[in-house]
Write a protein that binds this ligand. Structure first.
Ligand code: 5GP
Ligand code: ZN
Length: 136
């Protein structure tokens, strides 16, 4: 896509700190990292989000994410690794070219804790949601 910053990075029109590339997937360091090793993994083809991307491409992104997470663990020994992929502005997506964040969490890394916002639904409601979301 013409005016997509990530498409430009993949084509080499904008520089990046690349750490992985194959025929379908590209990975580079986030320019504004949460921590040392914060990496973005994305498909070379432009897809907007999880609803847009083909299943096999998403699955392949997952394989690459796992390999990079293992490399981060081996090199930096973080206390944890947070993996997230934002879809839509309200979910925190700023760049409309799907990407997975891999964020090493060290002793002093600040993380957003959503636990205090979690709810408790009644059994009836849980069953209704279960029914509505059960896959064929
Ligand atoms: P989102 O909020 O869409 O999930 O994440 C977008 C990420 O892209 C942000 O973490 C931001 O720091 C990163 N980012 C934005 N522009 C650039 C850029 O030009 N180069 C690199 N390497 N990362 C970028
Ligand atoms: Zn793009």
């Amino acid at each position: 896509m013409e005016d997509c910053i990530f498409c430009k990075i993949i084509k080499g029109q904008i520089p990046s700190y690349k750490i992985y590339e194959d025929d379908k997937v590209f990975a580079f360091l986030d320019i504004n990292p949460l921590s040392e090793g914060h990496t973005l993994v994305l498909p070379k083809e432009h897809y907007v989000n999880v609803l847009d991307v083909p299943e096999d491409v998403y699955a392949h992104m997952g394989r690459v994410v796992k390999r990079i997470a293992e490399k981060i663990q081996q090199e930096y020994k973080p206390e944890g690794i947070l993996i997230n992929q934002n879809n839509g502005r309200r979910a925190g997506q700023e760049i409309d070219h799907i990407h997975v964040h891999i964020k090493p969490i060290y002793k002093d890394t600040e993380t957003f804790q959503e636990a205090s916002y979690r709810k408790k639904f009644e059994d009836e409601k849980m069953k209704r949601i279960q029914k509505e979301l059960t896959l064929d």
